[in-house]
Write a protein that binds this ligand. Structure first.
Ligand code: BV8
Ligand code: ZN
Length: 243
């Protein structure tokens, strides 16, 4: 039977500025594959071939079709109790920032508001040349990937390996991490940079650092609390502790 440590409950109840970083593990309970766990996307495909600039420029059609396949899986995914608990936490705290590495849009769908999508959103497309944004569903106009009016190729509006994150989004994430009293790293393998550094920025700035994961990660020896198990189960207990 899981229960929250008493000191963590008092930190939860007294905090004013809380930041949460989520990864694919939070969406696993919505049926979406993670990247590095069993059955993960990077077990079947090579990340550098499909989620990188080089991979896209080398084989744009293959990459476009792989994202169309992923979007078909994401289309049926719904927010799970872990996403919904985070919506309640946002209502409870005066200052709450939700930083996500996930590109599935499920935090928006759940009703979270102050969201920073570090790695973009697979439910949008953009022109690789001029950056113009396009909706998820675009007319194939006979070419794969479809073309923008400027002639550029469309691609999902995500951040690929080797691409820089949006400076304004990264700035806001850095600021939230450095000002938070309580920082949660939830459902992430803490391997991808610069996202993974945000937990350490929070810790170094004096935040209480909490990790929720099925198994330890490279971050685990740095945290104040490691809550082993499913994100939705721990987030339910955290939400209850705030009622
Ligand atoms: C950049 C979008 C610079 C696309 C993604 C060497 C050392 C350090 C860094 C680097 C290096 N070489 C290269 C780099 C930089 C590189 C990087 O970090 N590489 C790593 C892998 C070594 N980073 C970059 O390239 C970044 N850009 O650095 O730019 C730059 C500057 C200027 C100019 C040009 C360039 C860009 C990184 C973003 C890449 N894009 N995705 C897409 O989604 O298709 S990354 C991808 O990984 C996803 O976004 C995902 O969110 C992210 C992180 O993965 P996780 O979310 O953690 O998922 P994972 O499967 O790994 O783990 C799931 C966890 O959940 C597990 O721990 C599991 O136990 C747990 N879990 C499962 N179920 C549950 C659960 N936990 C709780 N409950 C459950 N039910
Ligand atoms: Zn264009």
């Amino acid at each position: 039977m899981k229960c929250l440590p008493a000191e963590l409950i008092s930190s939860l109840q007294s905090a004013k500025r809380v930041t949460v970083l989520t990864g694919a593990g939070l969406s696993a309970e919505s049926g979406l594959p993670t990247f590095r766990g069993d059955g993960g996307l990077w077990k079947k495909y090579k990340a550098e071939d499909l989620a990188s600039i080089d991979g896209f420029l080398k084989r744009p059609q293959v990459v476009w079709e792989w994202y169309e396949y992923r979007r078909s899986i994401y289309a049926n995914a719904r927010p799970n109790p872990g996403h919904l608990a985070l919506v309640e936490l946002e209502k409870f705290y005066p200052e709450f920032t939700l930083i996500t590495q996930n590109t599935d849009g499920l935090h928006f769908a759940a009703g979270s508001e102050n969201i920073l999508e570090l790695h973009g959103n697979i439910r949008r497309n953009r022109c690789h040349l001029c950056g113009k944004l396009y909706p998820e569903k675009v007319e194939p106009n006979g070419q794969v990937p479809p073309r923008c009016g400027c002639g550029g190729m469309l691609r999902p509006d995500v951040v690929w390996f080797g691409e820089a994150l949006s400076p304004s989004i990264l700035d806001a994430a850095w600021r939230a991490a450095s000002q938070s009293e309580l920082f949660f790293s939830i459902g992430t393998s803490a391997l991808v940079q610069p996202a993974a550094s945000l937990s350490l920025v929070a810790k170094r700035s004096g935040a209480v650092l909490v990790e929720i994961n099925l198994e330890p990660t490279p971050l685990s020896f740095e945290v104040d609390y490691f809550l082993e198990g499913k994100a939705s189960e721990w987030l339910f207990l955290i939400k209850e502790a705030l009622q």
